[in-house]
Design a protein around this ligand. Structure first.
Ligand SMILES: NC(=O)c1ccc[n+]([C@@H]2O[C@H](COP(=O)([O-])OP(=O)(O)OC[C@H]3O[C@@H](n4cnc5c(N)ncnc54)[C@H](OP(=O)(O)O)[C@@H]3O)[C@@H](O)[C@H]2O)c1
Length: 165
């Protein structure tokens, strides 16, 4: 059975994006995202897919896109429904990364065992999409975090959470 892990970059208020894009792109975070997900399956919502650079799936990964829109063009990716995705998880091994956005985090977090969160210690302006606040969630706990680093004026650290029930 494959395990699902959520991965996201959030600001101080757990904001993840605005106007269909990210709040901030931090090069070290993008490199870490690539290193963690390369060779694995990633699953995302159709809007996040459409925000990817180049308008196609992430190279070196199997890209699954949740959509209810039949025939939606998804170059470099496969359309899936929730039931197809859960069947695939039950049948396959390895790790599947849930890469956003808000609607897909909310949908799939109950199926995730872990969450790898980049915590950007800033309010990056008003977000219109959010990751669920895991610090207030009774079924999640923080298991580790790194020291705070700085890049392009932003302070950030990596936090690993685990679902406890
Ligand atoms: N900071 C981060 O780490 C991060 C990561 C990823 C994304 N983001 C940001 O998040 C925002 C996008 O998030 P979002 O919530 O607006 O959109 P989203 O979750 O990326 O995509 C929403 C779409 O996914 C499909 N979908 C959702 N639930 C489904 C289900 N149960 N079954 C089938 N299809 C389903 C629907 O597609 P159809 O309409 O085609 O049916 C829906 O419109 C952007 O601003 C993006 O930049 C941030």
């Amino acid at each position: 059975m494959a395990e699902m892990t959520a991965i996201a970059a959030v600001d101080r208020r757990w904001g993840i994006g605005r106007d269909g894009g990210l709040l901030l792109s931090l090069p070290p975070d993008l490199r870490r995202f690539k290193a963690l997900t390369l060779g694995h399956t990633v699953v995302m919502g159709r809007r996040t897919f459409q925000s990817l650079p180049g308008g196609h799936g992430l190279p070196g990964r199997r890209n699954l896109v949740l959509t209810r829109t039949p025939g939606c063009p998804l170059p470099g990716a496969e359309a899936v429904s929730l039931s197809t995705l859960l069947a695939l998880c039950a049948r396959e091994d390895g790790e599947i990364f849930v890469i956003g956005g808000q609607s897909v985090y909310e949908l799939l977090l109950p199926h995730c065992r872990a969450a790898r969160i980049t915590r950007i210690e800033a309010d990056l302006g008003p977000a219109d999409v959010f990751f669920p606040d895991l610090d207030s969630a009774p079924d999640w706990r923080l298991v580790s975090r790194t020291e705070t680093e700085r890049c392009e004026g932003a302070a950030f650290y990596y936090a690993d959470y685990e679902r406890i029930r």
